[in-house]
Ligand binder design. Structure first.
Ligand code: AMO
Length: 448
């Protein structure tokens, strides 16, 4: 089968004649005179047809008649989801709704039988998650991961063409890298290890290592007990870190460019399918994206009647929705950089403003009402960095390995981390990152 089968998508380019296709049975229409199978594989769906032979002539007039009778019976018995391999005659016919072609079945082999599917199109998200491998058979779900592939490929191409280095940082850590509150702890021989919350420290390490510009696409873990549509306990983080930045502005400029590269590739390759299956028109964002200092954004949101609960805190979800709505109305843009976060709500490693240490050279990127990314210029001056760590109540001793990165020469640098599933959720107007994560992990989900 491997060598002889033609992926369904390639049938359109073939002339009429013999073909072998293989995949799973999506539907069977078993009519009196004719039988139709919709067969789907990883690339698409095709209609298979068989003229039904319902009675076997007892005289056995011809061998062909007996075979036709057996084939009819075999098709009648096919269940949804069964994997089959079919050889037959391809015929282009404009009247066939599905792709303008069909395959007249000559022989059919059942490769593996299938139990009756436990999920339907209207099953709850939770139930669909239980049966994720069956849920993923649907063209819409399949498309999400082809979009993801295209998007990541475009980012990689962008970076590789500009001589960035791809790194894989360890996920077993001796310390926290972000908030201690969201840290998974695990037994590690006679001691304790932590699951990495972000490649933050080790992507920065590439700077004194002389790598210049690095990126990573990898897992990040957060022991976040919340059940929101945007939080997972394990997610894929796209991280970048680059040397010789003058401020977070350089990081934002690069961030815009990779998003334009990613969106351009997605729209070119999948724009039509996305419109058809998701009813969404994905557009390539224009640059520069609007930039609004956080304090100003809060004032704008307040003037629209929503006051972000704590003046000294980050935007909350409603604040993010409101500022996005404002930006859409005012600039017609889906993205907005909120900049200049207060030092009090940012990690110790963010560089602060030269004239005003109460503010940082940092930003959050909001896309269609949800934060998808955090970025910043980092503090690279060891004495300032140590002071900032102490100020945040961190133990410079425990952070010794990280602080050492800054004692042997290091260029000014900055970068960002971006959640892949969140980005896809917002791009496709889905309601939860559970839909745009291959296998979601949350407080009550470790299976399948
Ligand atoms: P931050 O903690 O803001 O920044 O994370 C960066 C981005 O990662 C995604 N994200 C999540 N996605 C799903 N579930 C979660 N629980 C979750 N937590 C975060 C979001 C978020 O914007 N080290 C910094 C980045 C940097 O400065 O380079 C960091 O981790 O899309």
């Amino acid at each position: 089968v491997v060598n002889t089968r033609t992926p369904v998508k390639q049938l359109a380019a073939l002339p009429d004649g013999p073909v072998t296709v293989a995949g799973w049975v999506e539907t069977v229409r078993d009519q009196k005179k004719v039988q139709f199978i919709i067969l789907r594989d990883e690339s698409g769906a095709v209609q298979l047809v068989n003229p039904a032979v319902r009675e076997l002539d007892p005289e056995g007039v011809s061998v062909g008649a007996a075979e036709a009778f057996a084939l009819t019976e075999q098709i009648s018995a096919l269940g949804h989801g069964t994997f089959i391999s079919v050889t037959g005659q391809l015929k282009h016919d404009e009247r066939v709704k599905l792709g303008g072609l069909e395959v007249k079945i000559e022989s059919l082999e059942v490769v593996t039988d299938a139990l009756e599917t436990p999920i339907a199109a209207d099953s709850s998200l939770d139930k669909r998650q239980d049966w994720r491998f069956l849920d993923l058979r649907h063209p819409k779900q399949n498309l999400i991961f082809r979009i993801q592939t295209t998007f990541l490929h475009a980012l990689r191409t962008y970076w590789v063409e500009r001589d960035w280095i791809e790194i894989q940082t360890p996920k077993l850590m001796a310390s926290a890298s972000e908030s201690r509150a969201e840290l998974f702890e695990l037994g590690y021989f006679d001691g304790t290890a932590y699951l990495s919350q972000s490649p933050q420290f080790f992507k920065q390490m590439a700077q004194p290592a002389g790598f210049g510009k690095v990126f990573e696409v990898g897992p990040a873990f957060r022991a976040d007990p919340s059940f929101t549509s945007r939080h997972a306990t394990e997610f894929t983080s796209i991280d970048a870190e680059m040397s010789w930045v003058d401020s977070h502005e350089d990081v934002m400029a690069m961030h815009e460019e990779i998003l334009v590269a990613g969106f351009t590739a997605v729209v070119a390759k999948h724009g039509d399918e996305i419109r058809e299956l998701f009813g969404v028109e994905v557009t390539v964002p224009t640059t520069p994206f609007p930039r609004i200092p956080l304090a100003e954004a809060k004032e704008i949101v307040a003037s629209r009647g929503y006051v972000v609960p704590r003046a000294d805190a980050d935007m909350d979800p409603e604040g993010e929705r409101q500022i996005s709505a404002y930006v859409k109305e005012t600039y017609g843009h889906d993205f907005v950089f909120l900049t200049d976060y207060a030092s009090s709500i940012r990690p110790f490693y963010h560089m602060r403003h030269e004239g005003d240490p109460s503010l940082t050279n940092s930003y959050d990127l909001i896309y269609n009402g949800v934060e998808i990314s955090t970025g910043a210029q980092r503090e690279h001056r060891i004495d300032v960095l140590v002071e900032q760590a102490k100020e945040k109540g961190l133990d410079p001793e425990e952070l010794g390995f990280y602080l050492d990165f800054f004692r042997y020469g290091v260029p000014p640098h900055g970068g960002f981390g971006m959640g892949l599933a969140r980005l896809l959720m917002l791009m496709l107007d889905e309601h939860s990152i559970r839909e745009t994560t291959y296998l979601f992990r949350g407080p009550t989900r470790l299976l399948p």
